[in-house]
Design a protein around this ligand. Sequence first.
Ligand SMILES: [Zn+2]
Length: 308
Amino acid sequence: MQMDEDIKIGILALIILIFWLIAAPGVASLLYGLISGYFAYTGLNALTTSSTQAYLPGRRVQRREESIPQTSSAPITTELTIAERIRRVHIEKNFKCSNCGATIENATDRKCRHCDSVLVDMTALPQPEFWADVEIGQSVRVKHPKRGQIESQVVYRLYYGELWQEKMKKDVPWTLTGNYYTGLGLENSMYLLNWQSRFYLLVSQSPLTDMDINRDFAKYAREFAASNQTKTVIFTYHGNNWKMADIGRFRIEYSEGNGALAQPGAVGRFIHAKADDQILIVEDFQSGGSGRDTRWTGHEITKKDINL
Ligand SMILES: [Zn+2]
């Protein structure tokens, strides 16, 4: 920490002031005393205000952030992911199919790739309300609000476990709510996402850096969080005015297929924002995990627009 210039001048001026008052009484010294007194005052003022950490502009910002609890550093549930539970079943059976004896290559395989027999009873594990039975390679028809009917195939699948905190405090762990949502990766980097009762068709994705997120979204997400998601928070991004719709936290519980931007165990935060009929989704993964920070754009659609 560097001592502020004003403080140094102030202390120096104060010493000179005291010296002059003792050693050189008289009119000339009174004048000098007034001048040095002024500097002593500004210096002391800086000294007292900086001790409350409000003087330096940089610290003032930090202080304001601290008024919203920094809950992102709170511990995450130690409950096993669905993927880990599947892996444990495979470990018990020594990674062998009990029907044909083939070796299980993928730790999250639900069915044997050789004989198609069921390896893991998924119904005994937590399941999302929608698309729990969707298979990789399955064809899907989606009604895009502008482009009309889109024919595609499911390329990969992700389960999101919704996380919550009982209290917004640093030492209160994030635990699973018991709600699971599915993301279906389609061809041409399209993504179908269900969250609560909402369905999104995301047609464009691009990577984000932590710097991008801090610059473009963090402030608004904090503002929205501080109001317990009740305040109308609007921000400009790429020429659109986006209105905050939902923010939250999740853990990737299960993944299947290739091409997903995160693997089981990755913990992230999301932002859902709306501009007219468009939707913007930011997925901000905790560093050190397997998730890649991504911005998605697309449309909110209804469940009946999706035929699987
Ligand atoms: Zn088999």
